[in-house]
Ligand binder design. Sequence first.
Ligand code: NAD
Length: 285
Amino acid sequence: MEVKSVAVIGAGTMGNGIAQVIAASGIGVVMTDINDAGLKRGLDAIDKSLQRLVSKQKLNAGDKDALLARIRTTTRLEDIADCEVVVEAATENVDLKLKIFADLDRIAKTTAVLASNTSSISLTRIAGSTKRPAQVIGMHFFNPVPVMPLVELIRALQTSDATYQTIRTLTEKLGKSPVEVKNSPGFVGNRILLPMINEAVYCLHEGLATAEDIDSVMKLGMGHPMGPLALADLIGLDTCLAILQVLYEGFKDPKYRPCLLWQEKVDAGELGRKSGRGFFVYDNK
Ligand code: NAD
């Protein structure tokens, strides 16, 4: 299937990055969010990211304008009706995603592929909530999307080979490296990553060391480019907690039990970079 336009549902941390890389590949994008403020935040983030490329002379100003012109924004889900592919990147919440997929199933054209960028929720369950389960797949980008080459392609039990091929071809067109993964809580990336970050949060909660020093251990001792607590702030503490809960409930294994500090931070609105404060403090101006 030739993909001429892609809808991106959610203009947050991931959605705006996904919209940017799709538009950069020459494909038209319809980016949605629940309100104009969400869309503006998303567009501002794309503009800032492109401006950085212009100042590093990796993009010229004309190409930046052409890329931005390929992104249409809307709060009306009906406006995605002509897209061949939808990539859902809304908040990590199972009830919300099932509702969005029911709506997409009703609105998107019958041939459209519905992909989710979920970090951990079962694609088999999402697919099963639609009348086109063979056309549902996971397309799991990594943060920051314009920089990270990996996309995990998660096959639901019902995903057809044709759907898989469409999304694999699209992923390659975006200049990304697809890795095929079976559906399972956290897939591969987050199943390995989140228990490590959770352990760092336990170390902080137990007062073993400061946040800076915990991150230094992993950077200076293990060669990680970024410490686990700074990485949690980048991902979003609410998103990390949601992924850990899916791992914990999915496997019923106490090794995935989220540290109590996650919920404390989320209840306090300390969500990481996106709210200006998480394990570290950020100047969002
Ligand atoms: P975010 O909180 O930054 O953004 C979510 C956006 O979705 C918000 O702008 C919100 O207003 C919007 N939204 C909520 N309900 C919506 C609806 N009904 N329709 C349209 N938009 C809606 O979250 P995020 O970090 O971008 O995460 C989005 C998805 O990507 C989640 O499933 C998450 O697990 C996944 N993901 C996140 C990361 C990461 O590092 N943050 C990495 C890979 C995958």
